[in-house]
Design a protein. Structure first.
Length: 154
């Protein structure tokens, strides 16, 4: 258990005891006597002191040493791909058209659509190697030289 919780508990108990004495719950106790006021003041002071010590004994938030920001890799210079016209598909040699005989029915077969030209794929971009984080060495402050005291001459 943390020590500040215990000290807060002691402070609460002291404040409750002081409140009981102030409310005249204790038989035979009067505030008109000098010792009556002294008891209340003592318990209030002990409560305040233990609350203050408990507050100072609480664990502090750990502030991380200045975090070193991760290096952000700069995007590589993108090359603008130059679009080159696709080479025309190789022409197949077609036999010369034959004249159909007049008695035959002419059937028109649909010609297959020409293949669509494919665009060249953009060049593959390889990720750049991550740079090693730059560590900045802190300057060490020189330690002050210790001076010896001179012995008093007797």
């Amino acid at each position: 258990m943390r020590s500040d919780y215990g000290l807060y508990g002691v402070a609460i108990i002291c404040f409750i005891i002081a409140a009981v004495f102030m409310a005249n719950v204790v038989s035979g106790y009067t505030l008109q006597e000098a010792s009556g006021v002294t008891v209340i003041i003592v318990f209030l002071l002990i409560g305040i002191i233990s609350a203050a010590v408990g507050y100072s004994a609480r664990p502090k938030e750990m502030m991380p040493a200045q975090p070193i920001p991760a290096p952000v890799p700069s995007p590589p210079a993108q090359e603008t791909p130059t679009l080159m016209p696709a080479p025309p598909p190789p022409a197949e040699e077609m036999p010369p058209p034959t004249q159909p005989a007049p008695a035959e029915e002419v059937r028109a077969e649909p010609a297959p659509p020409p293949p669509e030209p494919t665009e060249p794929s953009p060049p593959a971009v390889t990720p750049a190697e991550p740079e090693q984080p730059v560590t900045v060495a802190e300057e060490e402050k020189p330690k002050p030289a210790r001076r010896r005291r001179k012995k008093p001459s007797t």
